[in-house]
Design a protein around this ligand. Structure first.
Ligand SMILES: NC(=O)c1ccc[n+]([C@@H]2O[C@H](COP(=O)([O-])OP(=O)(O)OC[C@H]3O[C@@H](n4cnc5c(N)ncnc54)[C@H](O)[C@@H]3O)[C@@H](O)[C@H]2O)c1
Length: 269
């Protein structure tokens, strides 16, 4: 998601500092960002030249690289134990006026904000995948989020041709409270032998006109991210309707993460 957000911001003239703890991920992200810019130009879209893209993005593995930024969009793994470590560091490293936007699938924004001394400048920005192609972003207002931070987030989105829909803080917000339940239940249908993944997806495409079925969507999001998100919902609501399907857990244990590594409910490449 970090690479997708970067592609979109750079395409709209912003400078980005992309941080990941893994050098391998940074190298792959650079390749993807450069390839995306090249493809956009080949397709005749209004996209920056390769040199401009290279100049607009800097890469680093330490959060200290973010010391001069105005706006942070945090996209690390959907894992509370990881996220809770970085917010106090971001708070210390980044300029006092910087806004922190968490691109989380389900983790409460109010809890992330409480890790900082700037809760009025912390909000959620739930981007959809692939980021450059999705025109709407769920903007989540935490308990203490101020109007000024929401306004800055909406302006940033507007500058990238996107609309923000502001919702209140609740685990999974609007989109994933519904989507994760649907995806998990679709996986149960395959697990229970009611239908194949292909047939489940075909029913959603043909009967309801969805562009993608729930299992194709799961592969696109990443089965590891789906499992982590369903686990957050299960823990937060304490409601058995969010219990993760054993097939989902087994596929993640087996290293089937979906499109990102070529194997999921479908094979890629
Ligand atoms: N995948 C989607 O379609 C999607 C959509 C909307 C929101 N999200 C949310 O966006 C976030 C990222 O999702 P993803 O699918 O890209 O996850 P991912 O697990 O594929 O990538 C997360 C990246 O974070 C890095 N990371 C982990 N801990 C770090 C740390 N302490 N410092 C620096 N880097 C660190 C990892 O190296 C990894 O490259 C999650 O919170 C997820 O719920 C994902």
């Amino acid at each position: 998601m970090g690479a997708g957000v970067t592609q979109d911001l750079v395409a709209h003239g912003h400078d980005v500092v992309l941080v990941d703890r893994s050098d391998g991920v940074l190298a792959a992200a650079k390749e993807e960002i450069d390839r995306y810019a090249l493809m956009a130009r080949l397709l005749g879209r209004d996209a920056p030249e390769s040199d401009a893209v290279s100049g607009a993005v800097s890469y680093g593995s330490a959060l200290e690289c973010l010391q001069d930024v105005e706006f942070v969009i945090e996209n690390i793994t959907e894992d509370w134990d990881l996220k809770k470590e970085i917010y106090p560091v971001l708070d210390r490293v980044c300029p006092a006026e910087a806004v922190f936007a968490a691109n989380t699938s389900a983790i409460p924004i109010t809890r992330l904000a409480a890790l900082t001394a700037r809760a009025d400048r912390v909000l959620g920005m739930h981007f959809m995948n692939p980021v450059p192609l999705k025109k709407t972003v769920e903007v989540i207002r935490g308990w203490h989020t101020g109007d000024a931070a929401v306004e800055r987030a909406l302006q940033l989105l507007a500058a990238t041709g996107k609309e923000g829909i502001v919702v209140k803080d609740s685990p999974g917000f609007v989109s994933n409270r519904v989507l994760m339940l649907t995806v998990n239940e679709a996986i149960y249908l395959v697990h229970d032998g009611v239908a194949s993944a292909r047939d489940v997806d075909q029913i959603f495409r043909s009967c309801f006109g969805h562009p993608m079925g729930p299992l194709e969507t799961a592969d696109l999001i990443g089965l590891d991210t789906i499992l982590l998100s369903v686990e957050v919902l299960y823990r937060e609501f304490g409601d058995s309707k969010y219990r993760p399907c054993p097939l989902l857990k087994q596929m993640v244990d087996a290293g089937l993460f979906g499109r990102k590594n070529g194997h999921g409910f479908y094979q890629y490449s």
